[in-house]
Design a protein around this ligand. Structure first.
Ligand code: CFM
Length: 554
């Protein structure tokens, strides 16, 4: 058969060959499932990715559990409420926040994040129930710390034995006179931490949002949703917005206090950084209070500028628009020379990103600022909309696992629903090309025949390195040292390896320099020891070692 574009066909064949080779070891049933999760991209005609489905037992995944997504990711960073894990002490490790969400409480505020609190369930509670021990733990924590609020998180055994954590929370709320609420975020509740995000969004919305109606001063106010201040990113975004004259009421949930969250509903706008972890909140706040939302990305210089311009356009103020342009010009004047220098060295290098539910997309913008190409990318636990764009939402099938998570019914608040824009204003903005609720997903931005792999397994990662030889991988700590032992630099994109911030313009400069250093350091050529070079690998067989004289001490 004649092909119109033979060049493209070859490319497709080669890219498909990489995927085939990756999957070759799998038995037919596994192969069938993985083949739907590992595909070739086509930005013109985006193919469907099977995402947010169960990991096949036996496969080494990068995913975490529902409890981690709820307690660790979305609510954990709120620094002045007490977080108590109800469960065996093993889960307590994650009760002690291991994520790098930095905080800088204001004068007079309390920071409890350095504490790890667990009810330390033992066999006795597993057999006879743990509610009494939980109530006693809440009382004890209250007596010691007198916090504004206490939050309780269920681990797997709590769900299995049926402790009613919500009843305990209600009882203790009445008794102590402070806000106490609980989450049924047992680790097994969903297929990954993503279920925990949803549960956390529901709980924050029900128990914190809208509690304090005191208006916040400011001509242009907003909340940054889905920004967790890893390595100080939220501070960079906050500083940038402040320079433009925009006030951040709350960041969910990076460096944020309980009081800030209770006032979040007074903002003029919600902007969403991490769509995966917090889109539920944006939707619910819009329905109840009339706050519109749109997606931004403060990772990357181009993207930061684009996000600022969109915010200015939303507020429709000449003063703000001029100020935003001034700030972008100032920031770019500092950044451009760094970008130019780094780009000259990094241009054309190849990156592969396998991270979480949003960074595998966002960081592609930083790489393209540097002239680097993303050859493969995938999320650990994102959903189809994060890959293909929100237009696929109505077509996503609700399976038994997602049905497990409560969808809360939200209606307009009779007294406080206040649309921030009139339907005419919205229509005028949209007529000019402006879009709300607008996540387009990762794939539209990636080139044709790049690899898109959801919930990548350890085996597939290794094959990818072998076959595609990327110059740098962005991934997590579980893979980092395996990757580096293979002689490829790995930038850990969850905690940033003690680096960062990488957000906004200042953060972009940090990232460019870091990646430039990592891909150009000579250390990678020493990964292969001299005796393994040139096919001279010396391996001792068991027989060899037996034949050797082993001196025995007398
Ligand atoms: Fe959102 Fe995150 Fe991420 Fe995420 Fe995460 Fe994270 Fe992440 Mo690690 S909330 S989805 S659950 S951007 S902890 S700050 S880095 S996997 S890509």
């Amino acid at each position: 058969m004649e092909t119109e574009n033979p060049q493209e066909t070859i490319e497709t064949t080669q890219a498909q060959a990489v995927l085939d080779e990756m999957m070759r070891v799998y038995p037919p049933k596994t192969l069938k499932k993985r083949a739907k999760q590992a595909i070739l991209n086509d930005p013109e005609n985006i193919p469907q990715v099977a995402a947010n489905t169960r990991t096949i037992p036996g496969i080494i995944t990068q995913r975490g559990c529902t409890y981690a997504g709820c307690r660790g990711v979305v609510i954990g960073p709120i620094y002045d409420i007490l977080h108590i894990t109800h469960g065996p002490i093993g889960c307590g490790y994650y009760s002690w926040l291991t994520r790098r969400n930095l905080v800088r409480p204001k004068k007079g505020e309390t920071n409890y994040l350095q504490y790890g609190m667990s009810t330390d369930m033992t066999e006795e509670q597993i057999v006879f129930g743990g509610e009494k021990k939980l109530a006693a733990a809440v009382q004890e924590a209250f007596d010691i710390f007198h916090p504004k609020a206490i939050s309780i998180y269920s681990t797997c055994p709590v769900g299995l034995i049926g402790d009613d954590v919500h009843a305990v929370a209600r009882e203790m709320k009445a008794k102590l006179g402070i806000n106490v609420f609980a989450f049924s975020c047992e680790g097994y509740k969903g297929v990954s931490q993503s279920a925990g995000h949803h549960i956390a969004n529901n709980g924050v919305f029900k128990h914190m949002i809208g509690l304090d109606d005191t208006p916040t001063e400011g001509e242009f106010t907003l909340n940054v949703l889905g920004e967790y201040n890893i390595g100080g990113d939220a501070w960079e975004i906050d500083t940038l917005l402040q320079k433009c004259g925009i006030k951040v009421i709350s960041t969910l949930s990076g460096d944020v206090s309980y009081d800030q969250i209770t006032r979040a509903h007074t903002a003029h706008l919600n902007v969403v950084q991490c769509h995966r972890s917090i889109n539920y909140m944006a939707e619910m706040m819009e329905k109840k209070f009339g706050i519109p939302w749109f997606k931004v990305n403060f990772i990357g210089a181009q993207s930061s500028a684009k996000s600022l311009r969109k915010i200015a356009q939303y507020f429709d103020s000449k003063k703000l628009t001029d100020r935003v342009e001034e700030v972008i010009a100032q920031e770019m004047a500092v950044l451009r020379p760094i970008q130019t220098e780094v780009k000259a060295r990094c241009q054309g290098k190849k990156a592969a990103l396998f991270v979480g539910g949003s960074r595998a997309h966002h960081y592609q913008d930083l790489f393209s600022d540097m002239g680097m190409e993303t050859i493969a990318a995938g999320y650990e636990f994102a959903h189809r909309d994060d890959y293909e764009g929100r237009q696929v939402l109505p077509t996503i099938k609700v399976d038994a696992d997602s049905r497990n998570i409560e969808e809360i019914e939200v209606a307009a608040d009779p007294a406080r629903f206040n649309p921030r824009k009139t339907p005419e204003q919205i229509a005028a903005l949209e007529a000019g090309g402006f879009s709300f609720k607008d996540y387009t997903g990762m794939m539209v931005q990636m080139k044709k025949n790049t690899l898109v792999i959801d919930d990548i397994s350890h085996h597939e990662l290794e094959k990818l390195f072998e076959l595609c030889k990327p110059d740098i991988i962005c991934s997590g700590v579980k893979e980092k040292f395996v990757i580096e032992k293979m002689g490829i630099p790995c930038k850990q994109l969850h905690s940033y390896d003690y680096g960062g911030p990488y957000a906004a313009f200042v953060g972009a400069a940090n990232f460019y320099k870091e990646i430039d250093r990592m891909v150009h350091t000579k250390v990678w050529k020493y990964v292969v020891p001299p005796w393994m070079k040139d096919g001279q690998a010396q391996t001792l067989s068991v027989a060899d070692s037996k034949s050797e004289e082993i001196p025995v001490a007398e």
